[in-house]
Design a protein around this ligand. Structure first.
Ligand SMILES: Cc1ncc(COP(=O)(O)O)c(C=O)c1O
Ligand SMILES: N[C@@H](CCCC[NH3+])C(=O)O
Length: 437
């Protein structure tokens, strides 16, 4: 099997995913199809585990399941010994149905409902990450009614935000998430929670952004949080058992993305914590992270079949596939860039530049604006690479197009982990209208 870092080909020269021929996958399961190379998911997760082990610290890797939340992925993360974070009753329900241990689940969200909080308490989730004062009030009422005890963290906005290659020190304060440190909200929340006997404040949390390709923002985040910890130690004799630094580790979508290894991120983070600990004579907390994209992103492939082609003299031709913004909203929503190739011959020399267009009724439904491809024809299978994070999880039924199936490929074998939606599924919640009066 020939390989480069980003995809593999088999003896026929076809794209292979998890050792399975992509053309065979497309034929057997239909397109559009989302395929995960399970080995790649495991390797990514284990790279973080190894990086932490090298630093000899207590740690947890909590997969941010919003990136891709299905029963199968919760099973894989559980097998790997990970934690997960969920941000809704739906993700929590899926994780619990997958048999994920409740005590390793953290519940996030900036507007958790009373029902969701009750569900979390009744199912004994490991940590509820408190996001705002209203939520503290809601949770207080629920704990009184249920006479329960729960571990919590405070989500803080440290005044650091990271935007892909850069970070700034004020942006994050204007955020809908978390308690702001500078204005004193964080301290007020801390005092409220500490006064509540049914809440056990095990740690502090912050998350500075997503698709981050540098370590500077994380270092600054750690310094800000440790400053606060030092302050609370002096004032209140409090030190967190856990410092949860969120996710955001960037991946390679195209060759423009210069990615850092898990080892680089983790060693920089842990070294910065250790430095702050020594300077202020603090206790070393356990370090938790919440990677989403970096666990599943590069492991995912979207397979499409080529259909219509439109030529306009003087402009790039449109090559249209049978999916698009319904299964991957990221190009339309964030101008996200991807690479794609012909599954039959990924190494073939490009012969033209095309627009890879989706099938949805929106001019903005263009998956790739300028894609260098060999000549393609209707029926060819095109694979878009690195679609594993926030692709299927953000999929919709726009235009009443059923959502694709999801397949896990591993050691030369493929299994469906989410079946393709049917037309019957699409109308299963519709009810016939009856004239009234
Ligand atoms: C609190 C929190 N943790 C983790 C993540 C996961 O981020 P990513 O998928 O970029 O690793 C997010 C999303 O940005 C988040 O809001
Ligand atoms: N959905 C976003 C990332 C969201 C991060 C969640 N806090 C993306 O696809 O890039």
């Amino acid at each position: 099997m020939a390989a480069n870092d980003y995809y593999q080909t088999n003896a026929q020269g076809h794209l292979a995913i998890g050792g399975v021929d992509a053309l065979k996958l497309a034929k057997e399961f239909g397109t559009p199809l989302v395929v995960y190379d399970v080995q790649k998911i495991k390797q990514q997760f284990q790279a973080f585990q190894k990086a932490f082990a090298e630093e000899s610290v207590n740690y947890a890797i909590s997969y941010a399941s919003k990136a891709f939340a299905t029963i199968a992925i919760y099973q894989v993360i559980n097998e790997l010994g990970g934690h997960v974070d969920v941000v809704s009753g739906g993700e929590l329900y899926t994780a619990l149905k997958a048999g994920f241990p409740a005590e390793k689940i953290s519940f996030h969200g900036n507007n958790k409902t009373a029902d969701e909080l009750l569900m979390a308490v009744q199912n004994h989730v490991g940590v509820i990450v408190l996001d705002n004062f209203y939520e503290i009030k809601l949770l207080t009422q629920i704990l009184q009614k249920t006479n329960a005890q729960v571990q919590v963290m405070l989500r803080l906005t440290p005044g650091v935000s990271a935007h892909t290659h850069e970070y700034d020190q004020t942006g994050q304060e204007d955020s809908k998430f978390g308690f702001d440190i500078r204005s004193g909200q964080a301290e007020q929340a801390f005092l409220e929670v500490k006064a509540n006997k049914q809440m056990d404040l095990i740690g502090l949390h912050a998350h500075i952004g997503s698709q981050i390709l540098a370590t500077a923002g994380f270092k600054l985040e750690v310094e800000k949080l440790m400053q606060l910890v030092n302050n609370w130690k002096q004032k209140y004799d409090y030190q967190p058992q856990v410092l949860n630094l969120g996710g955001g580790f960037g991946i390679r979508y195209t060759k423009q993305d210069k990615v850092l290894t898990a080892q680089t991120f983790i060693s920089q983070i842990v070294q910065t914590v250790k430095k702050c600990i020594q300077e202020s004579h603090l206790k070393m907390p356990a370090i938790w992270i919440e990677p989403g994209r970096s666990i599943v992103g590069e492991a995912g492939y979207s397979l499409y079949t080529v259909g219509a082609r439109k030529e306009v003299p003087g402009l790039l031709p449109y090559v249209t596939v049978d999916g698009g913004m319904g299964d991957n909203i990221r190009p339309a929503l964030y101008q996200a860039q991807y690479e794609a190739l012909l599954a039959e011959n990924p190494h073939a020399e490009p012969e033209e530049t095309v627009r890879l267009a989706g099938r949805y009724c929106e001019s903005g439904d263009i998956l790739i604006n300028e894609l260098a491809l060999p000549q393609s024809k209707p029926g060819d299978v095109i694979a878009v690479l690195a679609t594993g994070a926030y692709g299927y999880s953000m999929a919709s039924n726009y235009n009443r197009v059923p959502r694709p199936a999801v397949v896990f490929a591993e050691n030369g074998q493929a299994q469906v982990v989410v079946t393709r939606e049917t037309y019957a599924d699409l109308i299963s919640h519709d009810r016939f209208y009856q004239t009234k009066g």
